[in-house]
Design a protein around this ligand. Structure first.
Ligand code: PGA
Length: 249
């Protein structure tokens, strides 16, 4: 039985003060932590504040990206160890905004995911097709390539230590959500693809849906058999909305 994971990707939002306000709101709320885990991924500059505020709670903290390198002359980059030292236990990798604005490839995401697992950070590996690709009927071909590329060389154990997020690019920040059936079809496809590497690992790996998840569509999405949680952008910036989403599980 897979547990749900509701992850908030704050993107480039959250000064220290805003982080404190948002997290106070989350700490004042409640959810059933036997059914779902909550994760927040604030910007790097707020990670330590977040970890300190959340240390006595069940809410986990994660980074939004990390370098493939361990240390050295890589200006502005952040290593896995640096994330660990500020209390992160997860890291989002290969988000479509990283792929689009920073030309991140499946190969780079794969190398970063391996570095994360080595450092004992759980990678959330993101995949997703663009609108053009969906309209051209290429969704499965694209997602299949992204899964094969980002999980290249993974053992069953490495898959079990990872989370996958399906985020159709056309649904991110646009208010357009995949219907629960559309999302379920792709999640099932992803699980089958992962089963090609290892059946047990495919059964246990959490596959999150992301792209305009809101309180009013969360229940329908999260009730699909292969949707094990959500990666939430905009609605993760409002404590009430984020709590409603985790309580829709
Ligand atoms: P959104 O973002 O919920 O604002 O669409 C999701 C994401 O990019 O992870």
């Amino acid at each position: 039985m897979r547990k749900f994971l509701i992850a908030g990707n704050w993107k480039m939002n959250g000064t220290i003060d805003e982080t404190k306000t948002l997290l106070s709101g989350l700490l004042a709320g409640s959810y059933d932590d036997t059914k779902a885990d909550m994760l927040v991924c604030p910007p790097y500059t707020s990670l330590e504040t977040a970890s300190n505020m959340l240390q006595d709670s069940k809410i986990a903290v994660g980074g939004q990206d990390m370098s493939v390198h361990q240390k050295g002359a890589y200006t502005a980059e952040i290593s896995a160890t640096m994330l660990l030292t500020v209390g992160a236990s997860f890291v989002i990798l290969g988000h479509s905004e990283r792929r689009q604005y920073h030309a991140e490839s499946d190969q780079l995401v794969n190398a970063k995911a391996k570095a994360a697992i080595d450092a004992i950070l759980t990678p959330i590996i993101c995949v997703g097709e663009t609108l053009d690709q969906r309209e051209a009927g290429q969704t499965e071909q694209i997602i299949g390539m992204q899964i094969d590329g980002t999980l290249e060389g993974f053992s069953a154990d490495m898959i079990k230590k990872s989370v996958i997020a399906y985020e159709p690019v056309w649904a991110i920040g646009t208010g357009k959500t995949a219907t629960p059936e559309m999302a379920q079809d792709v999640h099932k496809f992803i699980r089958e693809r992962v089963a090609g590497i290892d059946k047990d690992a495919a059964e246990s790996v959490q596959i999150l849906y992301g792209g305009s998840v809101k309180p009013d569509n969360a229940k329908d999405l999260l009730s699909q058999p292969d949707i094990d949680g959500a990666l939430v952008g905009g609605a993760a910036l409002k404590a009430d909305d984020f709590l409603k989403i985790i309580n829709a599980v």
